[in-house]
Design a protein around this ligand. Sequence first.
Ligand SMILES: NC(=O)c1ccc[n+]([C@@H]2O[C@H](COP(=O)([O-])OP(=O)(O)OC[C@H]3O[C@@H](n4cnc5c(N)ncnc54)[C@H](OP(=O)(O)O)[C@@H]3O)[C@@H](O)[C@H]2O)c1
Length: 303
Amino acid sequence: MKTILITGSNGLLGQKVLYNLLARSDIRIIATSKGVNRTSQKEGYIYNELDVTDEVEIRKIFTQYKPDAVINTAAMTNVDACETERETCDKMNIESVEFLCRICEEFNTHLVHISTDFVFDGVKGPYSELDKPNPLHYYAKSKLEGEKRVENCKAPWTIIRTILIYGVVDDLNRSNIILWVKNSLSQKKVIRVVTDQFRAPTLAEDLAEACVQAVMRGVTGMFHVSGEEIMPIIEIANRTADFFNLDKSYIVPVSSDELKQPAKRPLKTGFILDKARKELDFKPHSLKEGLAIVAEQLQARKI
Ligand SMILES: NC(=O)c1ccc[n+]([C@@H]2O[C@H](COP(=O)([O-])OP(=O)(O)OC[C@H]3O[C@@H](n4cnc5c(N)ncnc54)[C@H](OP(=O)(O)O)[C@@H]3O)[C@@H](O)[C@H]2O)c1
């Protein structure tokens, strides 16, 4: 039986990895996150609080459970906050990764680490794993530094870069593009959505499956994993509105210049998925299928 450790299990991806593993029978799951467990399902796994910026605590967990693999979903993910809170961002996105690498080497644990399309400058997306990163903002720089730490790790490692994750989380305080658009339009709130940034929205379940496949297949190296449809963010919003039959007149199109986000975003990302398809058997859902999965999960929660 494999023992798999999840960091950041309260987060969007962390929860989906946890649910993915719970559906399998041959795995001992150790879910960890900062603070109390906010995943609704509490049975079938062990939960331990773990702040990944604390090396001593990570080592304690490894010593206790000796994981075969760790799926590291914990990160500081608020891009604009990373711009101003650089020290915290460094601690989370670089230093904690360094700790995990060191401890994975000691225990010969497979490290699956998650990174981002934002390592690229967005000038000539879609990108393959061989393209050269050129991060535009502090979050992206910190994630690229985290990647470098993993690439130097002597334990088996996999880096999975992804793009704009969406899905339903148990802790509904945390939003993402689809939930934000749906909730805002349902409440007749005007939202300003960018027209000139292109992304490939990624269903959290698809990404979780890729992370688990990396562990099960023992596949190592760099992987690009995302939805396969690349579109302007405003189209994601429009398609969401159409799917949920909501009034699109509350969506106000704006350019990146008008939006003035503190951290400058790359214009066009998107990934070439050939390597993930071949080595991880990655088969992403279309946005339409993903929206249907989101709708079903919201309905089950009566939202
Ligand atoms: N979301 C996207 O669109 C996107 C796009 C590209 C790449 N990524 C990458 O994908 C990965 C997963 O993202 P996500 O959207 O699932 O993020 P998320 O929902 O923000 O989840 C991250 C989790 O990490 C936890 N965390 C924060 N600080 C921690 C600490 N010191 N120790 C332990 N856990 C801590 C958070 O806890 P709290 O819930 O208590 O804050 C949260 O539950 C990240 O590496 C991110 O950089 C995300």
